[in-house]
Write a protein that binds this ligand. Structure first.
Ligand code: PRP
Length: 210
Protein backbone atom coordinates (compact mmCIF):
# COMPACT_ATOMS: atom_id res chain seq x y z
CA UNK A 1 0.00 0.00 0.00
CA UNK A 2 1.23 3.45 -1.00
CA UNK A 3 1.15 4.86 2.57
CA UNK A 4 3.49 2.18 3.92
CA UNK A 5 6.02 2.47 1.11
CA UNK A 6 6.46 6.25 1.19
CA UNK A 7 9.80 7.39 2.68
CA UNK A 8 8.18 10.36 4.40
CA UNK A 9 4.67 11.43 5.38
CA UNK A 10 3.95 15.13 5.71
CA UNK A 11 0.66 16.18 7.33
CA UNK A 12 -0.80 19.57 6.40
CA UNK A 13 -4.10 21.20 7.39
CA UNK A 14 -7.01 20.17 5.19
CA UNK A 15 -8.85 23.48 5.60
CA UNK A 16 -8.81 26.78 7.37
CA UNK A 17 -6.34 29.59 7.59
CA UNK A 18 -3.19 27.43 7.48
CA UNK A 19 -4.03 25.18 4.53
CA UNK A 20 -3.16 27.34 1.54
CA UNK A 21 0.09 28.68 2.99
CA UNK A 22 1.21 25.21 4.06
CA UNK A 23 0.70 23.70 0.62
CA UNK A 24 2.41 26.67 -1.04
CA UNK A 25 5.38 26.29 1.30
CA UNK A 26 5.82 22.62 0.40
CA UNK A 27 5.60 23.46 -3.32
CA UNK A 28 8.17 26.23 -2.92
CA UNK A 29 10.47 23.79 -1.16
CA UNK A 30 10.61 21.83 -4.42
CA UNK A 31 8.12 19.06 -3.70
CA UNK A 32 6.06 18.26 -6.75
CA UNK A 33 2.56 16.94 -6.03
CA UNK A 34 -1.05 17.46 -7.09
CA UNK A 35 -4.03 17.32 -4.79
CA UNK A 36 -7.06 16.38 -6.89
CA UNK A 37 -10.71 16.71 -6.00
CA UNK A 38 -11.69 15.16 -2.69
CA UNK A 39 -8.55 13.05 -2.31
CA UNK A 40 -6.82 13.67 1.03
CA UNK A 41 -3.30 12.71 0.02
CA UNK A 42 -0.87 13.08 -2.85
CA UNK A 43 2.45 11.45 -3.61
CA UNK A 44 5.39 13.63 -4.61
CA UNK A 45 6.75 12.72 -8.04
CA UNK A 46 10.43 13.21 -7.19
CA UNK A 47 10.86 11.92 -3.64
CA UNK A 48 7.87 9.59 -3.20
CA UNK A 49 6.97 11.51 -0.02
CA UNK A 50 3.28 11.69 0.81
CA UNK A 51 1.47 14.94 1.52
CA UNK A 52 -1.56 14.14 3.69
CA UNK A 53 -4.43 16.52 4.45
CA UNK A 54 -5.64 16.29 8.07
CA UNK A 55 -7.48 18.49 10.51
CA UNK A 56 -4.96 20.88 12.04
CA UNK A 57 -5.94 19.78 15.55
CA UNK A 58 -5.16 16.12 14.75
CA UNK A 59 -1.68 16.80 13.36
CA UNK A 60 0.21 17.14 16.69
CA UNK A 61 -0.89 13.66 17.79
CA UNK A 62 -0.27 12.04 14.37
CA UNK A 63 3.28 13.37 14.45
CA UNK A 64 3.81 12.43 18.10
CA UNK A 65 2.96 8.78 17.48
CA UNK A 66 4.94 8.74 14.24
CA UNK A 67 2.10 8.16 11.78
CA UNK A 68 3.31 11.37 10.14
CA UNK A 69 7.01 12.25 10.03
CA UNK A 70 6.49 15.98 9.60
CA UNK A 71 3.50 18.22 10.14
CA UNK A 72 2.48 21.82 9.73
CA UNK A 73 0.04 23.12 12.33
CA UNK A 74 -0.53 25.93 14.81
CA UNK A 75 1.74 26.27 17.81
CA UNK A 76 -1.41 26.81 19.88
CA UNK A 77 -2.64 23.32 18.93
CA UNK A 78 0.72 21.70 19.72
CA UNK A 79 0.52 23.19 23.21
CA UNK A 80 -3.16 22.31 23.69
CA UNK A 81 -2.52 18.68 22.73
CA UNK A 82 0.65 18.57 24.85
CA UNK A 83 2.22 16.76 21.93
CA UNK A 84 5.70 15.32 22.43
CA UNK A 85 7.15 16.36 19.06
CA UNK A 86 10.26 18.09 17.73
CA UNK A 87 9.71 21.75 16.81
CA UNK A 88 11.81 22.15 13.65
CA UNK A 89 10.83 25.60 12.38
CA UNK A 90 8.65 28.58 13.12
CA UNK A 91 7.04 29.33 9.76
CA UNK A 92 6.16 33.02 10.09
CA UNK A 93 2.52 32.73 9.04
CA UNK A 94 -0.71 31.97 10.86
CA UNK A 95 0.24 34.51 13.50
CA UNK A 96 -2.47 34.97 16.11
CA UNK A 97 -2.97 35.06 19.84
CA UNK A 98 -4.98 32.90 22.17
CA UNK A 99 -7.06 35.32 24.21
CA UNK A 100 -9.79 35.48 26.82
CA UNK A 101 -12.74 37.60 25.69
CA UNK A 102 -15.99 38.69 27.27
CA UNK A 103 -18.98 40.84 26.30
CA UNK A 104 -18.32 44.57 26.51
CA UNK A 105 -21.27 45.00 28.94
CA UNK A 106 -20.63 41.90 31.07
CA UNK A 107 -18.68 43.57 33.84
CA UNK A 108 -15.87 41.12 33.13
CA UNK A 109 -13.06 43.60 32.56
CA UNK A 110 -10.00 41.60 33.55
CA UNK A 111 -8.86 38.14 34.65
CA UNK A 112 -9.84 38.93 38.27
CA UNK A 113 -13.51 39.01 37.22
CA UNK A 114 -13.46 35.41 35.94
CA UNK A 115 -13.91 33.68 39.34
CA UNK A 116 -16.87 31.29 39.18
CA UNK A 117 -17.43 31.94 35.47
CA UNK A 118 -18.06 29.50 32.62
CA UNK A 119 -15.56 29.76 29.76
CA UNK A 120 -16.33 28.22 26.35
CA UNK A 121 -13.39 27.05 24.26
CA UNK A 122 -11.76 24.53 21.97
CA UNK A 123 -8.66 24.94 24.15
CA UNK A 124 -9.85 23.27 27.35
CA UNK A 125 -6.40 22.25 28.62
CA UNK A 126 -4.84 25.66 28.06
CA UNK A 127 -7.88 27.36 29.62
CA UNK A 128 -7.68 25.20 32.75
CA UNK A 129 -3.95 25.80 33.02
CA UNK A 130 -4.50 29.55 32.57
CA UNK A 131 -7.12 29.57 35.37
CA UNK A 132 -4.73 27.68 37.65
CA UNK A 133 -1.76 29.92 36.85
CA UNK A 134 -3.86 33.01 37.54
CA UNK A 135 -5.15 31.53 40.80
CA UNK A 136 -8.78 31.83 39.65
CA UNK A 137 -11.45 30.00 41.64
CA UNK A 138 -14.41 28.01 40.36
CA UNK A 139 -13.78 28.58 36.66
CA UNK A 140 -15.46 25.97 34.47
CA UNK A 141 -14.00 25.33 31.00
CA UNK A 142 -16.68 24.01 28.64
CA UNK A 143 -15.59 22.41 25.36
CA UNK A 144 -17.11 23.99 22.25
CA UNK A 145 -15.86 22.88 18.84
CA UNK A 146 -16.36 26.14 16.93
CA UNK A 147 -18.42 29.31 16.46
CA UNK A 148 -17.56 29.93 20.08
CA UNK A 149 -18.07 33.71 19.86
CA UNK A 150 -21.82 33.33 19.44
CA UNK A 151 -22.10 31.30 22.65
CA UNK A 152 -21.62 34.42 24.78
CA UNK A 153 -24.59 36.44 23.42
CA UNK A 154 -26.54 33.18 23.28
CA UNK A 155 -26.02 32.83 27.03
CA UNK A 156 -24.27 29.46 27.12
CA UNK A 157 -21.02 30.82 28.54
CA UNK A 158 -19.77 33.96 30.33
CA UNK A 159 -16.52 34.28 28.39
CA UNK A 160 -14.46 32.50 25.76
CA UNK A 161 -10.87 31.52 25.11
CA UNK A 162 -10.20 31.55 21.39
CA UNK A 163 -7.85 32.50 18.59
CA UNK A 164 -7.83 36.19 17.71
CA UNK A 165 -6.21 37.30 14.50
CA UNK A 166 -7.75 40.57 13.29
CA UNK A 167 -10.30 40.87 16.12
CA UNK A 168 -13.15 41.20 13.59
CA UNK A 169 -15.09 38.15 14.87
CA UNK A 170 -14.96 39.47 18.43
CA UNK A 171 -16.16 42.93 17.37
CA UNK A 172 -19.09 41.44 15.43
CA UNK A 173 -20.29 39.86 18.68
CA UNK A 174 -19.60 42.85 20.98
CA UNK A 175 -16.80 40.97 22.67
CA UNK A 176 -13.41 42.31 23.69
CA UNK A 177 -10.14 40.80 24.78
CA UNK A 178 -9.61 40.93 28.53
CA UNK A 179 -6.36 38.94 28.63
CA UNK A 180 -3.87 37.27 26.28
CA UNK A 181 -2.78 33.74 27.10
CA UNK A 182 -0.16 33.20 24.40
CA UNK A 183 1.07 34.17 20.95
CA UNK A 184 1.08 31.55 18.22
CA UNK A 185 2.14 30.93 14.64
CA UNK A 186 2.39 27.97 12.26
CA UNK A 187 5.13 25.47 13.11
CA UNK A 188 6.90 22.69 11.26
CA UNK A 189 6.91 19.83 13.74
CA UNK A 190 8.46 16.39 13.43
CA UNK A 191 8.40 12.89 14.84
CA UNK A 192 11.28 11.77 17.04
CA UNK A 193 12.02 8.76 14.80
CA UNK A 194 11.17 9.70 11.20
CA UNK A 195 11.09 7.10 8.42
CA UNK A 196 13.84 8.70 6.32
CA UNK A 197 15.88 11.15 8.43
CA UNK A 198 18.09 12.16 5.48
CA UNK A 199 15.15 13.12 3.29
CA UNK A 200 13.51 14.83 6.26
CA UNK A 201 16.61 16.93 6.99
CA UNK A 202 16.94 17.89 3.31
CA UNK A 203 13.34 19.03 3.25
CA UNK A 204 13.68 21.02 6.47
CA UNK A 205 16.75 22.79 5.07
CA UNK A 206 14.88 23.66 1.88
CA UNK A 207 11.88 25.02 3.79
CA UNK A 208 14.17 26.99 6.08
CA UNK A 209 15.81 28.54 3.01
CA UNK A 210 12.56 29.94 1.58
C1 PRP B 1 -10.76 31.47 14.13
C2 PRP B 1 -11.20 31.73 15.54
C3 PRP B 1 -12.10 32.92 15.42
C4 PRP B 1 -11.55 33.65 14.22
C5 PRP B 1 -10.74 34.83 14.66
O1 PRP B 1 -11.64 30.64 13.49
O2 PRP B 1 -11.85 30.61 16.10
O3 PRP B 1 -13.43 32.53 15.20
O4 PRP B 1 -10.72 32.74 13.51
O5 PRP B 1 -10.21 35.56 13.59
P1 PRP B 1 -10.34 37.14 13.53
O6 PRP B 1 -9.78 37.68 14.81
O7 PRP B 1 -9.52 37.55 12.34
O8 PRP B 1 -11.78 37.49 13.36
P2 PRP B 1 -11.27 29.95 12.11
O9 PRP B 1 -11.75 30.81 11.00
O10 PRP B 1 -9.81 29.60 12.08
O11 PRP B 1 -12.15 28.66 12.11
P3 PRP B 1 -12.30 27.53 13.22
O12 PRP B 1 -13.56 27.89 13.97
O13 PRP B 1 -12.43 26.27 12.41
O14 PRP B 1 -11.09 27.55 14.10
Amino acid sequence: MIMNEAPLRIAVPSKGRLMERSIKLLEQSGLSFRLDGRRLFAQCRDTGALVILCHAQDIPRLVEIGLADLGITGGDLVLEKEADVVEHLKLGFGRCRLAVAAHIDSGIDGPGDLDGKIIGTKFVRLTKRYAEDRGLNGVEAVEIQGAVEVMVPLGLVDAIVDIVETGATLREHDLRVIDTILQSEALLIGAKSPRDPILRDRLIRRIDGI
